[in-house]
Design a protein. Structure first.
Length: 74
């Protein structure tokens, strides 16, 4: 895997994209084994309302889900 496609690089790119839309990506402080592909939530930066990743449990969104949501919002 190249550095450009690493989870860290993808997260950094998505955080920039989310910030332009007034959103923030929150990461879980520690991994939860019950959520193997998750670990993130998307929230409104101003109101702190969680938009994605709070159901069925907190931090359950994957980077792919967040990217799909951000692409759909454009």
């Amino acid at each position: 895997m190249s550095r450009a496609n690493s989870d860290v690089a993808i997260l950094r790119r998505l955080r920039r994209l989310a910030a332009r839309k007034g959103l923030a990506i929150l990461a879980a402080a520690k991994p939860n084994p019950k959520i193997p592909d998750g670990g993130y939530m998307l929230s409104d930066d101003e109101s702190r309302t969680v938009i994605l990743g709070d159901k069925p449990m907190p931090y359950s969104a994957s980077l792919e889900q967040i990217e799909a949501y951000l692409d759909a919002v454009e």
